[in-house]
Design a protein around this ligand. Structure first.
Ligand code: SAH
Length: 342
């Protein structure tokens, strides 16, 4: 476990030589607990319809993007491609889209479960407990739902309530765990009004929720959203994201932690490689058909927007080889037994 004082110390540390000590500790922990294998998860952005109005997100309701929703067959074909490329997991991600109805999702999960060896991760936002339970029964293995920030006031400000329904993602993560999902959470780094104390709370929350997967990325303003007009903290959100990746590894040694696309977007040269050298062990190549990809515009100028899945795959494998890491085989589940590592 890592103490709060130490978390805060590292969040404030600016000296590159001393920070190298944090990178080394996180990298050692990653190697010891997870090994040198990098897991590849095929990301399928299945729909960009959304009923919510998250203040930062480019596909929020009312945003002027072209909307699309993939059919179960199109999703299944992407899953076959994941298998062909040797991936162990697909991630089905979407806006919060009631049009992506429970039965369609069930059907899709059952088809993938029946005909491929893939682990199935869902990232469909806050859905009804009944739906979440049914999808688990159908064979979904994992659920990704970032809690975005553990500062409740900031959370409420950027996640307007929908009618009478308020949102509590932290409570929902507990219910997902109880349903038997491997659970993933995470935060954005550099949100307007976010403080280093908030980030320390986030790291403590990763440990308290006992997360199996932790996604951390820099907040990237989208000009068509209300949050874009607000001033951001004066620290460097890319560097702060690496600190958070490293601290997430120390707080949750056995968790799967990706080098996120948002990091690749702020640093196209080696954002993902730096994350992999500072605690991360997962990459998420995009399998969304290229004709839909540009419309899943949660932030502008996303990395790897136009490359086909095959090109992405070749590029990532080359990058991994260059840094001496191998590609993981199989599903790449979290290491629950590493929970109580010192
Ligand atoms: N509807 C799903 C998936 C949302 S997209 C859900 O709500 O969980 C996945 C993640 O992208 C979000 O959880 C958020 O952390 C991140 N994201 C959204 N907009 C972003 C932005 N402008 N900059 C950086 N990350 C963003």
């Amino acid at each position: 476990m890592i103490e709060r004082a130490e978390i805060l110390h590292w969040l404030h540390e600016d000296d590159p030589e001393r920070l190298a000590g944090l990178w080394r500790r996180a990298d050692d922990m990653r190697r010891r607990v997870m090994g040198d294998e990098v897991q590849l998860r095929g990301l399928i952005e299945v729909s960009n319809h959304c009923v919510r109005r998250c203040a930062y997100c480019g596909i929020r309701a009312g945003s002027p993007v072209t909307r699309y929703r993939m059919s179960p067959l199109e999703i299944f074909e992407c899953a076959l491609q994941a298998t062909a490329l040797g991936y162990g997991t697909v991630v089905l991600q979407a806006g919060e889209d009631p049009g992506l109805d429970a039965e369609t999702v069930s059907e899709t999960i059952r088809a993938i479960r029946k005909r491929t060896p893939l682990a199935i991760t869902l990232s469909l936002g806050e859905r009804d407990d009944k739906e979440l339970a049914a999808w688990r029964q159908d064979g979904a293995d994992r659920y990704l739902l970032r809690f975005e920030t553990s500062n409740r006031a900031l959370y409420d400000r950027i996640h307007p309530a929908r009618g009478l329904e308020t949102s509590d993602r932290i409570a929902l993560l507990g219910r997902l765990r109880a349903l038997g999902y491997e659970t993933g959470g995470g935060v954005m780094v550099g949100l307007p009004g976010q403080t280093l104390d908030d980030l320390a709370d986030d790291v403590e929350m990763f440990a308290r929720l006992d997360l199996d997967m932790i996604g951390v990325g820099p907040y990237l303003p989208h000009p068509a959203t209300p949050l874009a007009a607000e001033a951001r903290p004066d620290w460097d959100s890319e560097l702060m994201t690496y600190r958070m990746v490293a601290l997430a590894r120390l707080a949750c040694p056995g968790a799967n932690i990706p080098g996120t696309t948002a990091l690749a977007t702020v640093n196209r040269t080696d954002g993902r490689e730096l994350a992999l050298a500072r605690g991360a062990n997962v990459l998420m190549p995009n399998l969304t058909p290229t004709r839909y990809r540009e419309h899943y515009e949660i932030y502008p100028d996303k990395a790897c927007l136009r490359e086909t899945a095959t090109v992405c795959d070749g590029c990532l494998r080359g990058r991994l080889q260059a840094i001496g890491r191998t590609v993981g085989e199989g599903r790449g589940d979290a290491r629950r037994e590493a929970r109580n590592e010192p």
